[in-house]
Design a protein around this ligand. Structure first.
Ligand code: PAF
Length: 280
């Protein structure tokens, strides 16, 4: 595996591969890699000749400096995982390399970016759009791969891709879960042993809500999830919204959309965990 730290070298190497007629898949990550990332890489390897993985903790998408400071950074272990996963190029730049000057671009991300994470984390999605658009511009991949754990993020990235006119196929990949149902996340390593044992209750409650939804209204189902999780020691729901999977807007009736998705953010102690479930 080639490790590249400079933007110009990355551009040149990817261009060489494309000149030889090879297709390129990009998997953007912030490192602290786990089996969820590896599943994206596996998919990218099946569908492309060359796989590029970026490992970059993007400061512009953190609205909380403490979250940025404590975000796990595990470059050595990440490189080992990337090598084992058969990645061709790992792009691991410094902050100065990606942002030689402050990125002042403000993206018009529309309604998909205004609710849920957009409302709770001001500036977060603009920061995601900044870094992903930069990576798209540097690599110009044929396809880019994102995990459905960050369900709303994918909708935002689709919008940015359209706005910027990138000819890149956005591929969403299913959530990878631990054996007990907890959605895999780089943040899970910050859970204490006790919190780690409690955290699977988030997905358990989401699954239970699939049954509740069969005979209750959207609002009753929403309240069920919030109350059930809030009743569990160490867990506190920040939001639970049941939204149209296409528009990310909260729905009132189950018949309001083709596919409804319940998106939850829960504090487990001070660790912020997110998850989601599809209702139809
Ligand atoms: O989902 C993530 O890990 C990040 O938001 C992404 C897409 C790599 C951009 O920094």
């Amino acid at each position: 595996m080639e490790i590249i730290r400079k933007v110009e070298l990355l551009r040149r190497r990817v261009e060489e591969e494309k000149q030889c007629g090879r297709s390129v898949g990009l998997v953007p990550t912030m490192g602290a890699l786990h089996a969820g990332h590896v599943s994206l890489i596996d998919r990218a390897r099946k569908e492309n000749d060359i796989v590029v993985v970026s490992v970059f903790v993007n400061p512009t998408q953190f609205n909380n400096p403490e979250d940025l400071r404590t975000y796990p950074r595990t470059e050595e272990a990440d490189c080992e995982k990337l090598t084992n996963a058969g990645v061709d190029i790992a792009f691991i730049p410094s902050v100065d390399e990606v942002y030689p000057e402050p990125d002042t671009r403000v993206f018009d991300l529309g309604p998909v970016a205004k609710v849920m994470e957009g409302a709770m984390r001001p500036g977060h999605f603009n920061g995601v759009a900044q870094i992903v658009s930069k990576l798209f511009d540097m690599v110009r991949p044929h396809r880019a791969y994102f995990g459905e754990k960050d369900f709303q993020q994918i909708a935002v990235i689709r919008r940015m891709t359209e706005l910027e006119g990138f000819n890149i196929e956005i591929i969403d990949c299913p959530i990878k879960r631990e054996a007990d149902g907890l959605a895999m996340s780089s943040r899970n390593v910050r859970l204490t042993a006790y919190q780690r044992a409690i955290a699977p209750n988030i997905y358990r409650t989401l699954q239970e809500s699939l049954e509740i939804a069969k005979f209750k209204t959207v609002e009753q189902t929403r309240q069920y999830v919030i109350n059930t999780i809030d009743d569990i020691d160490e867990l506190e729901v920040e939001y639970y919204e049941i939204v149209d999977a296409k528009t990310m807007q909260p729905i009132k009736n189950w018949t309001d959309c083709e596919t409804a998705v319940g998106c939850v953010t829960v504090y487990c102690g001070d660790v912020r965990l997110i998850d989601n479930i599809k209702y139809q």
